[in-house]
Design a protein around this ligand. Sequence first.
Ligand code: OAD
Length: 225
Amino acid sequence: MKIVVLSGAGISAESGLPTFRGAGGLWNGVRAETLATPEAFADDPQRVLDFYNFRRAMVRDAEPNAAHRAVAALEQRHQVTVVTQNVDNLHERAGSTDVLHVHGEIMTARSSRTPSLKLAMQDRDIRLGDLAEDGAQLRPDVVWFGETVRHIDDSLDRIRAADRFLVVGTSLQVWPVADWVHHAVNAGERVIVAPELARCPDGFDWLRGNACEHVPRVAERWLDA
Ligand code: OAD
């Protein structure tokens, strides 16, 4: 079977990484425009770098959890694509091999002038004055508000072709990804795992609760299918 897993910050919450919205969220009491836009980086690059350096260190110290591992285990029997809004690398570290990072990757830096000039940045901070090959300041290789979401066509192709679709840990508040849940037209089963949701998308079974509780159960069932 072809399976697509669409994940958001909630799948990494039980690994100790904060979500964006809700209690304890990164955007709580902060305007996202002051930290996650090209304008914010132009205005106060140190503030933006500090925010991402802090989050990079948290990702480095975090471990994949039972939900990431269950998603990876699905590859034993199925063709699995993970479409993730997460910039962490916990899906890969759990063993998933086909991961589309639509909002970029925090463990990579890139030139602020030439997006294709990239550099692995696993072990240290990006500092003001760290330059790419083209002489421009390095920045995190993440997608900021106002920038183009990546892998749109690929993600939509995989979602449309999926036999099973699992959505986990996303508030579905950010476009265009929020709209992608409506494109799984061929899926025999559509499941969403979330402790709370403003509204369950049409055609989905909502498993109310945490990723580590529900994702391993869904994966076990799909491994037997
Ligand atoms: P959000 O923080 O908006 O939503 C996280 C969702 O996960 C919420 O619905 C929570 O209820 C749920 N959640 C919390 N703990 C959970 C757990 N243990 N198991 C399962 N679900 C849990 O995060 P995203 O939807 O990923 O973009 O946010 C989308 C985008 O908004 C992010 O990629 C980021 C942000 O602004 C950029 O920075 C461009």
